[in-house]
Each structure stands twice: as structure tokens, then as C-alpha cells.
Design a protein around this ligand. Sequence first.
Ligand code: ATP
Ligand code: MG
Length: 564
Amino acid sequence: MTESDTARHFLRQWIEEDLAAGKNDGTVVTRFPPEPNGWIHIGHAKAVWVDFGMAKLFNGKCHLRMDDTNPSKETDEFVEQLKKDISWLGYSWDKFFYACDMFDTMWEIAEELIQRGQAYVCELSQEEWKAYRGIPQEPGKPSPYRDRTPEENLALFRKMRTGEFAEGTHCLRAKIDMSSPNIHFRDPVIYRIVNQPHYHTGDTWHCYPMYDFAHPIEDALEGVTHSMCTLEFEVHRPLYDWVIDRLAEQGRLVVRDGKTIRPQQREFSRLNLTYTVMSKRLLRQLVEEGHVDGWDDPRMPTVAGMRRRGYTAAAIRDLCERTGISKYKSLTDLALLEWCVRDDLNRISTRRMAVLNPVKLIIDNLPEEAELTAEVPNNPEDETAGKRTLHAGRELWIDRDDFMEVPIKKFFRVTVGNEVRLRGLCLFTCTHIVKDEAGNVTEIHGTYDPNSKGGNPSDGRKVKGTIHWVSAKYAKTVEVRLYDRLFAMEDPMACPSGNFLDALAPESMKTITGYVEPLLADALPGEHYQFERVGYFTPDVHASKPGAPVFNRTVTLKDSFKAK
Ligand code: ATP
Ligand code: MG
């Protein structure tokens, strides 16, 4: 169930009204249009959720389109990664498009604009062009190139295509209204020269369409009915509609079942999260400058990073649902995402015991060769997950934090003279400890109650504390990576130095060695574990080897984070 199934937000209402009014052919076609110039992040996941979710709600279709009209940083690797991440999020597209496959048609449309006197080649420099455009409060000034003849414009436009001009010297502008209060209407640039090869079209083109021109054309040619994007495009909407009107004029709108499909755009607010940055440009910088271990570093807000860290697709969708669809600019607390992750992992993760900060515990009254067994549930939230049997001799590892020599009030765990439950195994009373020369506790000694099988005393007496343990004889050692927030500031972009890199947390990853119960040696990437009383962990997809998993901490068990 997604929010779009239940909530009555404005996008849903918009589509419902269109359907009721008999617009288009009665079908809903949406699209998710990423630029393949980086890996998608959780902000994109929100757009995926909106675009695919709304199509699903109305039994419509959603296209996946590479918005690849900008040659500089696009690659096929990014395309493949996008597909993988969107599939992992739980969505499948009805049709797949490359915008660059529409370059020829876009060109024809532009030439037809020129022929109709609706576009011209301008030679103002970018600074001049900005100065002529002016400010919204006052009318702009027309370009001296505005009244060129169509023949002149066509000849120049064709030279832009074949690479005869340097970047920045010429551009194609739509001829609209230099005094419009909407700055985007003041003869916007629709083609600019980029003398760089494109990952699919190579050196065929030396000029490329601008987003504002290309996007409505892509939507129209694909027969998209409802085009949803983020709020910053709201002021571009009149231009979007202007382009659609020109396409209608040129007879280029798709006709389905005898009905002309006229795409429309609506905008919703972006997802913003605390303690992270969410622009591909900045994420790329983190990767390229080596601040993180790749786009899928478990501390990155990318979908792949979150997956590698152990976040689930269900948790990410849950976050989208909880933050909803609105027009208000908002900042979502990362703690909410972590809450969603814990909520899902609590339901699905397999319970295991692991000791990450070990100290030895010795059951003095258990004979050398004797063993105790524990039968513990694999997931108390899911009976079908069954139970497992653990074995232990007289030596165990427990967590150092579960012992206090001088206990504070309400400390019910291991202290000299106190009885605790060793989870699923038995009751244990500490009798004395051994320290090294530096005063560190090295051994905790005590006795167990032979009549407390499974940790339940035969006389029914109450024992408050239960701690986890692993058998010293059977435990495996594993590498564990403890991740924290990548940034130490809620809004890294507000870093006083002006450089978001200065907001990087000094220690956002710590590697330790832990003792884990033997079954965990066979853990595989993609599996989710709760290390009981510790947190949620998953084997790292890159570092793990068969029989030797390396665990990433997905999230702690409780929110230990104190908001400033
Ligand atoms: P970035 O600045 O991170 O590169 P972008 O918008 O340039 O983001 P695109 O690949 O063009 O990246 O984005 C594809 C779609 O994802 C767009 O429709 C965009 O509006 C949407 N999107 C990007 N970031 C967010 C966000 N934080 N919240 C919601 N939607 C987003
Ligand atoms: Mg973009």
C-alpha cells in the first residue's frame, strides 16, 4: 500500500479531474526521466515512487526515459545502474526510451519553428543575453538578431549542427515575448552548441536541445499524459505549454484511439534530508575526490549505497509515503528514514548473537568437557522463521558494556553477586573478576544454575537482566564496519566555510572485529540480520567472501542520536 493509494493529494486530484473531463484517451501515462550522469539517490527514489505510483494507481503506464540531451557526463554504465536501482526499488517500466533517439525529430521541430518565424539564431554572448533579458519587473530588450529571416536562421542553425561555430557563439532562441513577466518566456535558448561527443550519438551533433525544449517534446512523442516534476520547474510550466502548443500546430502530438494526447506538467516538492547532500554534482565530487568508497559507499544517499548498507526498498518506499506529496518546501529528518528502516528490519531480519566489544565470561562450575545448549527463535516477529540451537562450553564472550564493577542504579546486568540470564542458555551469577596490570577486566567468573535450562529457573524466580553471548569455542571472528552519518552538520551546504566538504564527519566509519555465532559465517549479501541488543547488520556486497562475510552496520537498534 502506498500513500498514493489512500491520500487525497493534489496530483491525484489533478489526474482524477482530467479523467472525469475525458481528456486524452482516458489512459494515464507517466514517466521517470533521469539524466544518466550519476547514480540515483533517495530524492530520485521519491520521484520514482510518485511517477510509478501514480501510474499504478490509475492502471496506467510509466515509462523510463534517459533524459540524455547533455553530452558531458552521460554514460551507459549510469544507464545500467539506474535500471538496476529502479528495479530494486520495486518498479518496472512499461517502455524504455533514450531522449537522444529523438534528436532528429527535435531538430525537425526546431527547423519548423524557424520556418514559422518562431525561433532565431542569436549571437549575443551569455552575459549580453542575460543583460538583454533583464529582470521580471521591467521589460527586456530584444536581441539585435531577433528579426533575421527564416532563410538566414536556417543556414546558421545548420552550421551550429555541423560544428562550424565555437561553443557560446551562437544559440537558437524561441521568439516569444521579451516583456513577459515570466523570465522564461523572454526568448529562451532552446539549442546551444556543445562540441563534445555524446555517449550514444558520438560526434553526429554539435548542438543540443535545452531541457525546456526537449522535455515537453520527449513527453509528447512518448504520449505521456501527466508529467510530474519537482517544484523548481513550476515557473517553466508556461514554456512547457508553449512548446506543446507549437507541437500541436505542427501536427506532431500523438494520437491514440482517435484522441490527441496533450501532456501536462505539475510540480511537487523535493525530498530533502538532513545530514546529507542530494545533488549528483556534489555526490560525484565526494566519489571523485575519494571522500567515500564509490557511489555505493554505504554512507552515500544513493539507492545503491543504501542497499549496500542494508536499507530495504520497503523502508525507502515507506519514507516516501510518510513524507507524502505536497507543494511545501520541507526538510526531512534523517532519523525518520532510520525509523522506517528499523521498522521494516524488525519485521524481517534474522536474529543472531554477536559480541562486538568482547570480554571473556567463564562458568566455573561447568566441567571442562560439558556443554549447554540454547534453543532460540530466529525471528520472534515471524514464527515461520523457526528456531536454532546453539552450543556453549564454559567459556563465552559477552559484551564489555554488559559488565560494571561498580554498578550504577538500575543496572541489572553482570556485576559481582548479581544473577543474569544468558539468553536462551542458563542463569549465571558472577562471583569474581580478573584484571590485567592496567586494571582492565580480562575475565568474568561465576557459576550457573544447573536447574535453569533455557534461562528459566525451575523455581520460577524473577531475573531481570538478559544478556547476549557467543561461545568462545564456536564463535567466528568477522570484520564489522560501523557506519555513522557522513556529515556532522544537519545542512552541509550551510557550512560556515562555504565548503560542504568541511561538514564531513571526522569519523563516519569504524572497522572492528567481532565474535559472532557460527551460522553467521554463511551469511550472504542481501540478507538482513539483527545482532540481538546491538543493531541491524548486513554482509557487504563487495568485501564479503564465501564463508567470510564482512558486516555493515545498517542502523543501531535504537536512535542513539541526540539532536542538537
Ligand atoms: P540532481 O541535481 O541530483 O542531479 P536532477 O534533478 O538534476 O538531480 P535528474 O536525473 O534530472 O536529476 O532527475 C530525475 C528526476 O528526479 C527529475 O524529475 C527530478 O525532478 C527528480 N528528483 C531529483 N531530485 C529529487 C528530490 N530530491 N526529490 C524528488 N524528486 C527529485
Ligand atoms: Mg536534472
